[in-house]
Ligand binder design. Structure first.
Ligand code: SME
Length: 166
């Protein structure tokens, strides 16, 4: 069993070091993308603090389709260019949105969400999907969060075989 009790989201100095150590352990010797995505969603959901949804939308036949996640049931399909997720996928760029209600076209899957961080998953130049993290707290995600989580997505992509997922 994995023990998350040593990871403290209020310990800003060590949080991402601890998370990265944990991620390395989760991905060690396992290349199944669905398993690694699922464990990473759970790890982030239970440790980040102040997040109400963590999950993936995976690119399938030209649209984003809901993948493994933690949180309430969510919208299943998102067109490229729509919402925060579809826009991040289209631009192939992370979107860190302090207040989703100010984002034109935001898709409200969970009405409680106020801030959102969406990181595109691009491996060898191919867009595979996005990691989406939602918070009820406005301006929840800092630049440090963004960089650290982009780095963790890179680890996920490096560690996993996505051939049968998309
Ligand atoms: N809010 C997202 C939709 C996905 S849910 O937040 C899980 C968007 O605007 O793309």
């Amino acid at each position: 069993m994995f023990d998350l009790s040593s990871i403290d989201s209020n310990d800003f100095a060590n949080f991402y070091t601890d998370i990265n150590d944990f991620v390395d352990g989760l991905f060690y010797d396992e290349r199944d993308a669905l398993a690694n995505m699922s464990n990473l969603a759970s790890l982030l959901y239970h440790t980040l603090g102040d997040v109400n949804w963590v999950g993936y939308y995976l690119l399938k036949s030209g649209e984003l389709v809901l993948g493994p996640f933690q949180g309430k049931p969510a919208c299943i399909r998102i067109s490229i260019g729509k919402g925060v997720c579809g826009t991040a996928a289209q631009k192939r760029k992370t979107l860190r949105i302090p207040d989703v209600h100010q984002f034109d076209g935001h898709i409200a899957c969970d009405g409680d969400t106020n801030a959102e961080l969406v990181i595109p998953m691009i491996k060898n130049g191919v867009l595979l999907g996005v990691l989406d993290i939602d918070s009820k707290v406005k301006d929840r995600f800092s630049e440090e969060d963004q960089k650290a989580l982009e780095n963790i997505v890179d680890k996920l992509l490096e560690a996993s075989e996505f051939e049968h997922v998309n």
